[in-house]
Design a protein around this ligand. Sequence first.
Ligand SMILES: N[C@@H](CCC(=O)N[C@@H](CS)C(=O)NCC(=O)O)C(=O)O
Length: 205
Amino acid sequence: MFRLYDSRLSGNSWKVRILLSQLGIAYQRITLDLEKGDTRATGFQKISRFSRIPVLELEDGRTIVESGAILMFLAEGSLFLPSDPYLRAEVASWLFFEQADLQRAIAFPRVYHLRGLADKMSQQIESFQQHGYVGLEKLDQWLKGRNWLVADRYSLADIAVFSYVSMASQGGYEMDRFPSVGEWILRVKEQPGWIDLLDDTASPS
Ligand SMILES: N[C@@H](CCC(=O)N[C@@H](CS)C(=O)NCC(=O)O)C(=O)O
């Protein structure tokens, strides 16, 4: 059985848990406490070369780090990852875009807000948001007149981009500015097997 190392509020881990749920794959969930510094423990560094979650551990003990790599591995051979090379590249391009243009820009303001540091970190939040708003604008433009990110079919690309974008308002982003993104978020949430961030019942191990 797969083992997933995650944390309760991690959007990168949430992506993986949504896909595992939608694929109906059983796994064991090990939830770390990031505020306590669990990822910096020596034992964990052997599991994750970057000392970060999520990490997927295979039955033979090998591990995969980076949410995008885990998603690609799990989705292989499923409808979530097209077999056509061009469409696979399109999916990958959204995974890279999410990491470069959206993930940190949304995650850091969110963490500052959740930890009660929003006032103290207001300048950093503004700087992250300037970057994040550019990415969100590009996403909104792409989604105008489209249901899904790639080939008008729900795929890994939607799962990967959805996670942090759907939580951006927790970091102070004004999401009313992006109506097509808002409609797409609702469509993603309606997909069979979709799970809420805090759903603890969905790891069928
Ligand atoms: N690019 C990585 C980012 C992973 C990441 O930022 N993980 C955070 C939680 S969402 C983490 O482990 N932070 C703990 C730390 O940096 O000490 C991925 O997509 O998996």
